[in-house]
Each structure stands twice: as structure tokens, then as C-alpha cells.
Design a protein around this ligand. Structure first.
Ligand SMILES: O=P(O)(O)O[C@H]1O[C@H](CO)[C@@H](O)[C@H]1O
Ligand SMILES: Nc1nc2[nH]cnc2c(=O)[nH]1
Length: 315
């Protein structure tokens, strides 16, 4: 008998015991039928049995940015593999831990590793941990990501405050909220025009100026990946008002807006994009990780101080 070693995707509970598709049903509808309010509550109860404290701040770490979790004190680390019905991160630069503890005076929960649609997960699966963190009690979400600089004025190593996004999977009919809507999570038709909290944007700008860090502020384009963009695609993103491009974040922030999180988004520009046909350069993930790790300290300092300012002035 041949011994088949299962990949992390194959061994996720959805594939093992999730509901099978009804004819014509959207993959996100199947995911959302599986992750019912009661099932998310069960996951939350499982975590609360291990972690007695209630986190106020939720953090999602982007590629190569998981080092932030090392700053957390009084740590409790729960590997994703131990959490019922939790996916695993399969990408280099993403660990697979939910880290709890204290960061600059506030209780936090930190996803050290996120999930991307190109790993084979639906956008609803990628984003569902946002609901878990909200139900654990967090009111503020900090998302970080590595991104390519679409804006020609940006340099590698710049940090961009995300003021808005272009959610391309959503525009193509792949929104993580597709399927049955349980009003206990949020409304059927959620507004997302203020998904990135305006007060948090100002707070972060003040913090950055104290550290003499020049922040960019722009529009993040979320694409499906895993290919980096063609030259024509980058030119299209520029025409549409995009400043940075990546393969994450937008589905997470959509669910965050749905369940009432106040969100701060930070994109680290890890590479230039291809603007014209004379360019010989191509982005590579190793460079993305290298730049993320190189700039991680600066980003971490900003996030650390941001949490301190939320503590002092919660509104
Ligand atoms: O968005 P994060 O997870 O930071 O990672 C970005 O970097 C990877 C590509 O190098 C993609 O996963 C892209 O989304
Ligand atoms: N899609 C996309 N994702 C990235 N993540 C980091 N850099 C890039 C990029 O240039 N394009």
C-alpha cells in the first residue's frame, strides 16, 4: 500500500470533513457554510481555555514581518496546527502561530503567518481568522504586508500607510462574504469606504514624524497571485490609482470592516514593479523577504508606539 504524505492544504479540516459542494455553489459560500458562528465560537472557546486574557489589538504579520511577535512579552504561542479547523501557512516567510501576550502595555493577539488565496485557500478561508480575533475581544486590527511599489515615486524600503484598497478578486466576483450572511458577524451589505480608520491614519502619521520616518500614504491593490505582475498589468494599476500591489490584505480588511474592527494597514515596499519593456529586473520572493527583514525594526517601532498611543487615547 503506498503511503501518501498529505500537504498542509490537503490536511485542513475543510478538505477532510467539510461540507461537499452543492451544484453551482460558490467556493466561498461552502467555506462560509462550514465556518458558522457556532463553529467560530467553538474555536474561540478552545483558545480561551488556553489563554485567559482578552486581547485588545489583533495583528496580522506580512511576509518576513513575523519578527514583531518576538517583542511580545508574557507570551503564549498556539501553533495553527493545534487549533481546530485552522488552516496552515505554507509560504516562506510566514510562520504558523497565533501569539498572545502584551505589547507596549496592551494585550495582543498576533497572527505570525497569514493565508493567501494562491496557496489554494478560498478568500473566505484566508480571512476567517479575523472573525476569531474579533470574537476573542480585539477591537483594533493592524495588518502588515510586503508589496511592490506601483507608484513610481516610491523606493524600496518605503513604508506606505494604506488609506484604501482596490480589491480585484472582489471586483471579479470573489468576495469573502459571498454565501449565507449571519448577522451576528455583521450586515449583509457592509460599507467599506472607511475600512481603514481615518483617526488611526493620523495617529500613525504623528508617530512617524516623531521618529523622522517619512511615510507614504496610498492605495493598495490586492491581486490573486502567485505570479507577480506583467508590465501591462502594472500600467493598468497605475492608471486606476494604485500605489502598491500584493496578494493579501484586501479579503482580511473586508471581513474586518464587516465585523466592526478599526483597522490600520501598513505596506512595506519590498520591490519595484515592472513599468516598461526595457526593464530587465523581475521581483523575486527572496528579495521580498530580505527587504522585509531589513526594514522590520522600523515598522515594529511604529507599531509598538501606535499600540502605546491606542492605550493612552483609545478613541
Ligand atoms: O502580503 P504578504 O503576505 O506580506 O506577502 C506578499 O509577498 C508575497 C510575494 O512575494 C505574496 O504573498 C505577497 O502577498
Ligand atoms: N503581487 C505582488 N505581490 C508582491 N509582494 C511583494 N512584492 C510584490 C509585487 O511586486 N507584486
Amino acid at each position: 500500500m503506498s503511503h501518501h504524505t498529505r500537504s498542509p492544504i490537503e490536511s485542513t479540516p475543510i478538505a477532510e470533513s467539510g461540507p461537499s459542494a452543492s451544484v453551482g455553489e460558490h467556493p466561498n459560500a461552502i467555506t462560509n457554510r462550514f465556518y458558522t458562528y457556532e463553529r467560530v465560537q467553538d474555536i474561540v472557546s478552545f483558545i480561551q481555555n488556553i489563554v485567559p486574557t482578552k486581547p485588545e489589538i489583533a495583528i496580522i504579520c506580512g511576509s518576513g514581518l513575523g519578527g514583531l511577535a518576538e517583542l511580545i512579552t508574557d507570551k503564549i504561542v498556539i501553533p495553527y496546527v493545534d487549533i481546530p479547523h485552522f488552516p496552515r501557512s505554507t509560504v516562506v516567510g510566514h510562520r504558523s502561530n497565533l501569539v498572545f501576550g502584551v505589547l507596549n502595555g496592551l494585550y495582543v493577539v498576533c497572527m505570525q503567518g497569514r493565508f493567501h488565496p494562491y496557496e489554494g485557500y478560498t478568500t473566505a478561508t484566508c480571512a476567517f481568522p479575523v472573525r476569531v480575533m474579533r470574537m476573542l475581544g480585539a477591537h483594533t486590527l493592524i495588518v502588515t504586508c510586503a508589496a511592490g511599489g506601483v507608484n513610481k515615486g516610491y523606493s524600496v524600503g518605503d513604508i506606505m500607510l494604506i488609506k484604501d484598497h482596490l480589491n480585484f478578486p472582489n471586483l471579479a466576483g470573489n468576495n469573502p462574504l459571498i454565501g449565507h450572511n449571519d448577522e451576528r458577524f455583521g450586515p449583509r451589505f457592509p460599507p467599506v469606504g472607511h475600512a481603514y480608520d481615518r483617526q488611526y491614519l493620523s495617529k500613525m502619521k504623528q508617530i512617524a514624524s516623531k521618529h523622522s520616518v517619512e511615510l507614504r500614504e496610498g492605495v493598495y491593490c490586492g491581486l490573486g497571485g502567485p505570479c507577480y505582475e506583467t508590465i501591462a498589468e502594472i500600467n493598468m494599476l497605475r492608471l486606476l490609482g494604485g500605489d502598491a500591489v500584493g496578494m493579501s490584505t484586501v479579503h482580511e480588511v473586508t471581513l474586518a470592516a464587516h465585523c466592526g474592527f478599526r483597522t490600520l494597514g501598513l505596506a512595506l515596499i519590498t520591490n519595484k514593479c515592472l513599468w516598461d519593456y526595457d526593464t530587465t529586473y523581475e521581483p523575486v520572493h527572496e528579495d521580498v523577504i530580505r527587504i522585509s527583514e531589513l526594514k522590520a525594526n522600523e515598522l515594529q517601532q511604529l507599531i509598538y508606539d501606535f499600540i502605546g498611543s491606542v492605550k493612552q487615547n483609545p478613541t
